[in-house]
Design a protein around this ligand. Structure first.
Ligand code: 6GU
Length: 233
């Protein structure tokens, strides 16, 4: 899968693609990425990319011309182009699956109050929000979208890791422990040391149910009604 990101701040993007599991995915050829600096397409000697909003109001707006030129330079018109914005539709597991069907995605990292609406009208196929809060950096939101997509590609992480994760079946994850067996006087749940795989499996499932009930009553209720429509657990 190929990711093309347009940004005024390439450093955090480059750092992310050069780190850890993503770095390995790039090295293995499972992920390709391009990072384009919108400022390279600015028209004036000051390389201006923002301006005051028509109609007045707070903040600045990312100008249309440099962003459109940057989009043209990557062939965005023929590619699925995403603008991450708190004004978009919600990123869900279902949307992640749809996006994963594209061989290449273009992501516009906004800054300031937003980007000129005409660029959205002309180039953007999908406006996506990663949650009900406002980030100052479109880079973070774009990388969240990249991250949730690439980890599902074959060969990035093991199938078991994916299967055991939170949300896979509507429950949150069970707690994890590793050595040492005692840390600051705190031990490890006895069952995990027992070698009894069936009991371990049952304990983990119960932990997931308890954790979900406490942390996410909304998910817990949904899980309950799916697993026991008549109200029994
Ligand atoms: Cl996609 N961008 C920004 N800047 N803030 C957000 C967001 C996106 N989703 C939620 N908040």
């Amino acid at each position: 899968m190929r990711f093309t990101l347009l940004t005024l701040f390439p450093e955090p993007i480059d750092a992310y693609f050069a780190s850890s599991i993503m770095a390995r995915a790039v090295q293995k050829g499972l992920v390709q990425y391009r990072c384009v600096n919108i400022r390279d397409f600015a028209l004036d000697t000051h390389r201006t990319c923002d301006d005051a909003p028509y109609g007045g109001g707070a903040g600045m707006v990312l100008k249309a011309e440099p962003l459109a030129a940057a989009l043209d330079s990557v062939g965005a018109a023929g590619l699925h182009t995403i603008y991450p914005t708190p004004a978009g539709r919600s990123l869900t597991t279902a949307l992640v699956e749809q996006l994963g069907a594209h061989e290449e995605l273009v992501l516009i990292c906004g800054r300031y109050e937003g980007i000129d609406q005409r660029v959205i009208d002309l180039y953007v196929d999908d406006e996506i929000s990663i949650g009900d809060y406002v980030l100052s950096s479109g880079e973070l939101a774009a990388l969240v979208i990249v991250d949730v997509l690439y980890r599902h590609l074959d060969g990035v992480i093991t199938r078991e890791s994916l299967q055991e994760e939170s949300f896979q079946d509507g429950l949150l994850e069970y707690p994890h422990y590793t050595r040492p067996e005692v840390f600051r006087s705190r031990g490890v749940p006895e069952v995990l040391l027992s070698g009894h795989h069936e009991r371990i499996r049952e304990w983990r499932t119960q932990q997931r149910i308890d954790k979900t009930r406490r942390a996410r009553p909304d998910l817990y209720e949904a899980w309950l009604s799916r697993s026991a429509p008549d109200g029994k657990e």
